[in-house]
Design a protein around this ligand. Structure first.
Ligand code: ARG
Length: 392
């Protein structure tokens, strides 16, 4: 019996390798680590541990797919209750790669290390089931706690990054880093600086603001400070620059799919900068009604991603709408980065609906006297109502 395990190299998934043999009787465990823009160090660590503990290990790249997904997130100004959706968007992509290997390996089941309390189990399994695989979730099925896992790991001579003193569960990819667990589970507890790795404390960030320019083509960022960059490099660079200025920290209460509320901490400098810039450019080129309607679409879109339901036909329908709106989202935005904030300070597009000639205080192209007629009718019903109200 052979199991393929989605493997991050962290505590949960490493413990799973041993449990799959010990408690489930698999005689072969194959680990798969999917690169969705992990730091080189993390990736090598997962690979090294996979090779050491499992019978066979694969490291596969999904960078290209994930960057494409990030572009979709930018076009959709992805945001679920204030969360930039990094983990959520990565899961189905990781799952597809794992299922591919499972097919190649003729595995009897696919396993993952998610708990029964979070969203990731749903996102992974939707894809595994789509490919017809039996799913095994040891942490959920054996009802394990992190404390038990740490003890189990020790007994089995497994080196673990998490310790009882610092038992944070971290998930990171190119778009965001999430930190949960341990003391952070108390929403009234103020997180210590040490939980952050991508962002500097704004107090210690540069005293001088930094001005950057981002070029977009059809809603997708293509250049930073006039230098053309591919998606991966552009996002990595913005994570670095934004992190230096302390941009992109979120501490929030989030509604998980299961209905549980959770306290979540995130870091996402590039996401904050790019979505702020993208929104700003959209305000220049999209019509008032497009903007208003797109907010509704964005919310629905983000919820589908959060729920791991990107296989829904509605997801494709919404993407078609979004792509149509992005045809004109071409131009650039300048932002000032300073002390935790990314502020748009200038923007330009050949498709701007904005007209300086019409709006300026200094021109007469539009006869402002004509507005008097408009104004006469404006608010008519309200004025009548205010009169009638006296009779109540
Ligand atoms: N709350 C986020 C989400 O549902 C982040 C989850 C992080 N996952 C983890 N295994 N630490 O997407």
């Amino acid at each position: 019996m052979k199991a393929v395990l989605a493997y991050s190299g962290g505590l949960d998934t490493t413990v799973c390798i041993f449990l799959l043999r010990e408690k489930y009787g698999f005689d072969e465990v194959v680990t798969v680590t999917v690169d969705i823009g992990l730091p080189e160090k993390e990736l090598r660590r997962a690979e090294e541990r996979g090779k050491r503990y499992a019978d066979k290990h694969y490291t596969v790249s999904a960078r290209k797919e994930f960057v494409e997904a990030i572009f979709r997130m930018i076009k959709a100004n992805a945001d679920y209750e204030g969360y930039v959706l990094g983990t959520a968007m990565a899961r189905p992509i990781i799952a597809e790669k794992v299922a591919e290997i499972a097919k190649k390996e003729r595995a009897d089941a696919i396993a993952h290390g998610c708990t029964g309390k979070g969203n990731d189990q749903l996102r992974f399994e939707n894809v595994f089931r789509q490919h017809g695989f039996k799913v095994i979730a040891p942490v959920r099925e054996l009802n394990l706690t992190r404390e038990w896992e740490i003890e189990y790991a020790k007994q089995h001579g497994i080196e673990v990054p998490a310790t009882k003193e610092r038992p944070f569960s971290v998930d990171e990819n190119l778009w965001s880093r999430s930190i949960e667990g341990g003391k952070l589970e108390d929403p009234s507890f103020v997180p210590p600086e040490e939980i952050y790795e991508w962002t500097r404390d704004p107090k210690l960030s540069p005293e001088e603001p930094e001005i950057i320019k981002i070029d977009f083509e059809k809603g997708v960022p293509i250049a930073l400070n006039d230098e053309k960059l591919d998606g991966f490099n552009l996002i990595s660079k913005l994570n670095e620059i934004g992190g230096k200025h302390g941009i992109g920290r979120t501490d929030m209460i989030e509604d998980r799919v299961l209905g549980l509320k959770a306290r979540e901490n995130y870091e996402h400098p590039a996401a904050s900068i790019l979505i702020t810039a993208h929104r700003d450019l959209e305000r220049l080129v999209l019509s008032r009604r497009e903007l208003k309607f797109k907010r509704i679409v964005e919310e629905e879109w983000s919820e589908l991603v959060y729920y791991g339901l990107t296989n829904e036909p509605l997801f494709e329908d919404l993407n078609a709408f979004i792509d149509k709106t992005q045809e004109r989202v071409t131009g650039w935005v300048k932002l000032k980065l300073y002390k935790g904030l990314a502020m748009p300070i200038a923007r330009h597009s050949e498709f701007a609906l904005y007209s300086e000639e019409l709006v300026s205080f200094d021109t007469k192209v539009l006869d402002q006297k004509l507005a008097e007629g408009f104004s006469t009718f404006h608010g008519l019903q309200g004025r009548i109502y205010q009169q009638l109200k006296r009779k109540l």
